[in-house]
Design a protein. Structure first.
Length: 217
């Protein structure tokens, strides 16, 4: 029991540190944008090139059928292209998006591992539990009230929280189809960048479309 708690806390700390690192990266990228806009573009392009490389390597080492590999690779490239465009469109709001994703992901992992219980979607992600999902949604909604940008708008916050979890499940399902565990081993307790940015990319794309709807409809 003690070893289980220690393992849970170690993973929680590593996840939190990685999340803080991502927030720091986004904040620094924004500061760079203010004074060196071209350099910020280069950094973002480099980040997404790593994601494309991870996608390629994941498909390359996969033992799935050629049809599935081609489908995952092409849809993944399109998904990343949308995410890349969304990052540029959202700008500094990405800090608020990433903060909410980090809170949701960390709380889902911690309370899901602590309480356990029935699995959320066992065939896609066997480690995700209903308890972790429900509690992280509640914590995410509460936290969003204190994060800049959301303005206590539940019509934005609630679907965004669901999209965050959906983005996580989408990548989990893709890895399940490819028959791999992690996209790579770059980040502590997260595998690759795909494994950490999955929900952030999904949330960014959702925010981009939400802003479009609010502006033109």
């Amino acid at each position: 029991m003690i070893s289980k708690i220690n393992n849970l806390m170690n993973n929680l700390i590593s996840r939190t540190l990685v999340g803080i690192g991502i927030l720091f990266f986004i904040f620094c990228s924004y500061l760079i944008t203010l004074y060196f806009k071209d350099l910020a573009y280069i950094i973002l392009i480099f980040l997404f090139l790593i994601l494309y490389l991870e996608l390629f390597l994941a498909c390359f080492k996969s033992e799935a059928s050629k049809k599935i590999i081609n489908y995952i690779f092409l849809s993944g490239c399109l998904y990343l292209a949308c995410g890349f465009y969304a990052f540029f469109q959202i700008g500094f709001k990405m800090f608020s998006v990433a903060a909410l994703c980090m809170i949701s992901d960390t709380s889902a992992y911690f309370f899901g591992s602590l309480i356990q219980g029935p699995k959320l979607v066992p065939k896609i992600s066997p480690n995700k539990t209903i308890s972790g999902f429900v509690i992280s949604c509640i914590i995410g909604i509460f936290a969003a009230f204190f994060i800049p940008y959301y303005e206590r708008n539940l019509f934005l916050i609630i679907p965004l929280i669901l999209i965050i979890h959906l983005g996580d499940l989408l990548i989990s399902y893709s890895k399940r189809l490819l028959k791999i565990k992690d996209s790579s081993a770059i980040l502590l307790s997260h595998g690759g960048l795909w494994d950490r940015l999955d929900s952030i990319i999904a949330a960014a794309i959702f925010i981009m479309f939400y802003n479009f709807l609010v502006l033109y409809i």
